[in-house]
Unconditional design. Sequence first.
Length: 281
Amino acid sequence: MLSTPSTLAAVADDIVRAARRAAAEVAAICATGQLGVEHKGPNDPVTRADKAANAILVDALTEGYPGVPVVAEESPEGAYEGYGASPRAFFVDPIDGTRELVAGNGEYSLMVGLAERGEAVLGVVLWPARGLVYVGIRDMGAWSVDDAGAKRPLSLTDVRSLAEARLVVSRSRTDEAATKILSRLGARELLRAGSVGVKAAMLTAHDADLYAHPIDKPMKLWDVCAPDALVRAAGGVLTDARGVPFDYGAGVLAMGHGALAGNATLHALAVDALSPQTEPA
């Protein structure tokens, strides 16, 4: 049986509390100036803060929801083996945008998503630099919450033309790659941001109209589950860059081709514009 909106709201409250504890620990570690940066691969750093936040979030979810797999970026794969066979699973990116954390530009977030029967149904994105938590719940809506508990409803902009859209792309994109995306889409303005969660938050706060990351490489599910739920709950669409939805129950951790998000009209126009058939000769 799928969770009701009220049940998901209670889960979201638990996640928000855990995310705030994790964010406080991240801030404390950053204050020491001793991040202990290591590299899991080329241009793929991990820090003491990532590991500490991962432990806090995984422990809270495991204790609060026994039997529900917790697929977390800094956990060993054996900790969530077989998660695809479960009717629901959490997807955790303890720090989405570790490069931004290391650079000190504030464009990182803490993300927890919940998927049921392959669909992202709940997303929590905490953006410490803004002091806000962004929450999206299927069939209930999306809102931001500040440190005092004040809520503000979220939605996507009603821009219906690519020529009028503000496009946000990953900060890691080279100038050449970003210019190519801008040219393909014909957007009026190019913005850059680090974390996928930050970009989703920007969409729901009307700071941008469209997010595009048209790469051939797949996305890890912990990178997109929370943003997917947030954007959809705010009335938008998030898929891979070819318009294919992410399937969180397939048991495949790396999926799709990049990412694309916006309101339904902009998303459809962008899918067409980024289609391989429209690639300039």
